[in-house]
Design a protein around this ligand. Structure first.
Ligand code: EPU
Length: 460
């Protein structure tokens, strides 16, 4: 199994280019189903989840191809096979976002029911209830949900919780429904705004995205279009944590501070200084971090996706921090791995008490999911000795050329099939490029296809 071999390092310096947002690109790819023709998405990250979504679309008869530097051409035929099979949904839970567009355009969809996952119990009841309000009728058999509707009708849907993908599904379904749909208590993430912008470019009329009340006026027809994906705020948060842990001064090219204000405030209290520049976000840190308390909340609160990075930073910060998880029932699994590295963390239900230690101790650990896997790699930057994070395929799902980007800012991280330093560490001095040199990056980070990945998912 491939992993990442990490040695303590820092101070970091240089430029890292932030890729397009995974959690926007996946929804935009699904939204293409709403209109026949050739769509072009730009700034699409080269990650495994995008490959899986391409497979989901291909299984329906769509032709997906890379057309150049991070661009994806998506040709949607007139006739579609409206089914997302078990093998693909099981690998990537986000495949559920094809449900809304299929029902909106064709009035029928058959999608494998996603199960629980590494974050605990993850139901899709709000998706189904919302789509039912729009007139869809669902049946469930043999592990599949089958939805039907002659034509969806606009309605007011009140979400019990501002679920991100339920809001996505409802917006996409409503874009081709008859009449006006109002989504109350909608999710407000920047990726929701990106989806609204894409739908509007296709000819839909979506207003209020970014607020708790999204209004969608359904259209008879939508047309294929071109759109550029927003930068990935979670990837940006990952590199901010890297500079907090290893110290130094870096520029996150393309990152948008207006998409992550709450996190930047939190990081400022911990000692990471950030500044918005025309190129992105400049970040620096030059002393031991200070502890803070953290509670995850839906956007614009501190995202649950940032939490593994914050817990890792608190592990070596000065003082005690209390972390509360308010979105997912079991998103603390990586804590046991951090403990193996000497972190002093006590879990109690959905809270964790983190007492900072001066330094962690390198150890072999296992990545349980995308974000926690990346956080464990970062933990290695603040650990004496070597850390081997196995399960690289989890990280490949959401990060493009993670090791290469970290190397470009001076971190000692190398990808390896083994934790034996005699066979791995030499590779650090002359890393194998993982693809094309990105001409627009201005940095030495390489971008391209992730190497040696497995297509097994962790079901996010
Ligand atoms: N929920 C329900 N019923 C539903 C839907 C959600 O009870 O029908 C609950 C969930 O169980 C959870 C809460 O509502 O307790 C919030 O879940 P949400 O639906 O907002 O999460 P999601 O849309 O499934 C997206 C991201 C996650 C990110 C969360 C929270 C995508 C593909 N995934 O998941 O991203 O953690 O929002 O912001 O957009 C990742 O990128 O690694 C990742 C996990």
């Amino acid at each position: 199994m491939e992993g990442f071999l990490v040695r303590a390092g820092g101070p970091l310096s240089g430029v890292v280019r932030i890729s397009g947002a995974k959690n926007s690109a996946l929804k935009l790819m699904a939204a293409c189903l709403l209109a026949e023709g050739r769509h072009v998405l730009k700034n699409v990250p080269e990650i495994i989840d995008v490959e899986i979504m391409s497979e989901v679309l291909s299984a329906m008869g769509v032709i997906v191809s890379r057309t150049g530097d991070h661009a994806l051409a998506i040709e949607v035929p007139h006739d579609l096979e409206p089914e997302a099979p078990y093998e693909l949904v099981e690998r990537m839970r986000a495949s559920i976002v094809v449900l809304g567009p299929l029902l909106g355009r064709l009035g029928r969809a058959r999608v494998s029911m996603p199960g629980g996952d590494d974050f605990g119990h993850r139901p899709i009841d709000m998706h189904l209830r919302g789509l039912t309000e729009l007139g869809a009728v669902f049946e469930s058999s043999h592990g599949y949900i089958e939805g039907k509707a002659a034509r969806l009708q606009g309605a007011t849907v009140v979400l019990e919780f501002p679920s991100h993908t339920a809001t996505d599904n409802l917006m996409m379904a409503a874009a081709r429904a008859k009449g006006t749909t109002i989504i109350e208590n909608a999710a407000r993430e920047p990726e929701i705004c990106d989806l609204a912008a894409f739908l509007n470019a296709m000819g839909a009329r979506v207003t209020g995205a970014g607020t708790s009340r999204v209004v969608v006026e359904g259209a008879e027809e939508l047309c294929a279009t071109t759109h550029e994906v927003i930068p990935d705020r979670v990837e940006a948060a990952t590199f901010l944590a890297a500079v907090g842990l290893a110290r130094g001064e870096i520029l996150l090219e393309n990152a948008r501070s207006d998409h992550m204000e709450m996190l930047l405030n939190k990081l400022a209290n911990m000692g990471v200084v950030t500044q918005s520049t025309p190129e992105g976000i400049a970040a620096s840190s030059d002393a031991r971090l200070s502890s803070v308390d953290v509670a995850t909340l839906p956007y614009p609160g501190v995202a649950t996706d940032y939490k593994p990075f914050l817990v890792t930073m608190l592990s070596v910060a000065n003082g005690v921090g209390i972390v509360s998880e308010n979105l997912f029932s079991d998103r603390f699994r990586y804590v046991d791995e951090l403990r193996r590295m000497g972190a002093d963390i006590r879990k109690e239900g959905h809270h964790a008490v983190v007492r900072g230690v001066p330094v962690l101790s390198g150890a072999p650990v296992r990545a349980p999911d995308i974000r926690a896997g990346a956080a464990l790699v970062l933990a290695g930057l603040a650990a004496e000795g070597e850390t081997f994070v196995s399960g690289a395929h989890h990280i490949d799902r959401g990060y493009e050329c993670f090791a290469e980007k970290l190397q470009a800012i001076g971190a000692c991280v190398t990808r390896s099939a083994t934790s034996d330093p005699r066979t791995s560490l030499e590779a650090y001095d002359d890393p194998e490029p993982c693809g094309l040199l990105d001409p627009g990056s201005g940095s030495s980070a390489k971008v391209g296809k992730p190497r040696g990945h497995s297509l097994e998912g962790d079901g996010l």
